[in-house]
Design a protein. Structure first.
Length: 387
């Protein structure tokens, strides 16, 4: 029986993870949950899964949560950054699923590693911001870090049983998003509703917008660089609109090993939680005859410049990736609120990066300072455009 802390339990990854726990009650139990403000959903999860501890954003939401729970429910409710760290480091917990969205995932993930927990990591922003520090701490503490992001789970599976020294390159597949075939002239008029219609995956709103700009793939390139210790010049992106091949590894003899499956995150989440076992999921394999064909194309960096920007920030290193990530979070939120056009997402990140004075080999404090600076800079830039 594995005891889990699920950070981001009310989100897309979190609820899929709880569905797996529901299906395999003999394998997993939930000891801690964390969310931000989705209090009604969290109350339902507490009643169903009986965690010992739950973390929410602040005292007001803790009060709301307590008022929704039946009087006989015995759960400790904690709040804020310290509360998220408590959920991540609970002594009873064996593994922490990092499924918060955004930079908020970094501190609890590091705390969990320091506490000796195994990690199943969906929160790619953690590795974009602090990949070098995170991987060093994983090695120091000797904990397991399982990738949950579908491409990285596929790469992990495609690397198994092979020598790192024999890898030629990593091939990250990208769906291309909802605007793969949209002419650039139409980009300025793209609405949040259109950008939220991902062709293949059902996900939270931030990552769905990232998929629509191809920033998601850029963040994943940086994530792969740290997870698999491969330089940027050996990570390639290939657009594969069917999202059946989740990613591939090319070896020095030209052989390509891939992992395939239908686009359903329960596969990657279950593998991350249960490795080295494979759970008997109620999950169909792809029907290849029905699919007919799997197709591939190069990404169009002219129409999707966020991907090139992420490669540049990754290669520049230091605090650049944290700045890229923070400016992207601010710009995506502004786009979703209707305060920034789709094309403004790239513009704001680019302008923020251009103003950044980078730290070469940053420690955690410097990364957090760069994140704060980039948020403020991006907010100011968006305000100036609104005037
Ligand atoms: N969805 C997917 O299929 C995939 C997601 N990922 C990655 O997994 C992570 C989660 O994505 P997804 O599940 O789609 O996101 P969602 O937006 O669906 O869920 C986010 C979760 O994080 C919580 N949360 C948000 N902000 C904070 C905060 N500041 N502090 C604490 N908790 C917070 C939310 O709580 P509340 O509900 O209360 O707001 C919610 O539980 C992201 O990093 C994403 O890139 C990677 C691959 C696939
Ligand atoms: C499911 C998952 O892992 C997402 O990150 C997915 O990859 C998004 O699809 P895109 O390839 O469109 O970014
Ligand atoms: Mn992915």
């Amino acid at each position: 029986m594995k005891s889990l802390s699920i950070l981001g339990s009310t989100g897309s990854i979190g609820t899929n993870a709880l569905e797996i726990v529901r299906q395999f009650p003999g394998q997993f139990r939930v000891v801690a949950l964390a969310a931000k403000t989705s209090i009604a959903a969290l109350a339902g999860q507490i009643v169903e899964f009986s965690p010992r501890l739950v973390a929410v954003i602040d005292d007001a939401h803790a009060g709301q949560l307590r008022s929704l729970l039946p009087a006989d429910v015995d759960v400790r409710i904690v709040t804020g950054d310290a509360g998220y760290v408590m959920a991540a480091t609970l002594p009873e917990s064996d593994m922490v699923l990092g499924a918060m969205v955004g930079a908020a995932g970094l501190a609890p993930t590091l705390a969990a590693i320091d506490a000796g927990k195994d990690i199943a990591l969906a929160n790619k922003e953690t590795l974009v911001m602090g990949g070098e520090i995170v991987m060093a701490r994983v090695a120091e503490r000797g904990v397991k870090l399982m990738p949950v992001d579908s491409e990285h789970s596929a790469i992990f599976q495609s690397l198994a049983g092979h020598r790192h020294s024999e890898v030629r390159e990593i091939l990250l597949t990208a769906s291309g998003g909802p605007f793969r075939q949209t002419p650039a002239a139409e980009f300025a008029a793209i609405t949040p509703a259109a950008a939220l219609r991902h062709p293949n995956w059902s996900m939270g709103s931030k990552i769905t917008i990232d998929s629509a700009t191809l920033m998601n793939k850029g963040l994943e390139v940086i994530e792969a660089r740290w997870l698999f210790d491969v330089d940027f010049d050996r990570i390639k992106v290939v657009v594969h609109p069917q999202s059946i091949i989740h990613s591939m590894v090319t070896y020095q003899d030209g052989a390509v090993i891939a992992q395939l499956g239908i686009p359903d995150m329960k596969g990657a989440i279950a593998y991350g939680l249960s490795h080295p076992d494979r759970l008997p999921l109620d999950m169909p394999a792809p029907d290849f005859a029905a699919l007919g064909q799997l197709t591939f194309e190069d990404p169009d960096l002219e129409r999707f410049p966020c991907l090139a920007l992420a490669f540049r920030a990754g290669e520049a290193g230091g605090t650049h990736p944290a700045v890229l990530n923070a400016a992207n979070e601010i710009a995506v939120a502004a786009f979703l609120e209707g305060r920034l056009p789709y094309t403004g997402i790239y513009a704001i990140i680019d302008q923020t990066l251009n103003r950044h004075r980078a730290e070469g080999q940053p420690d955690l404090e410097q990364i957090i300072a760069a994140d704060r600076w980039a948020r403020k800079t991006a907010v100011d830039l968006i305000r100036q455009q609104e005037c």
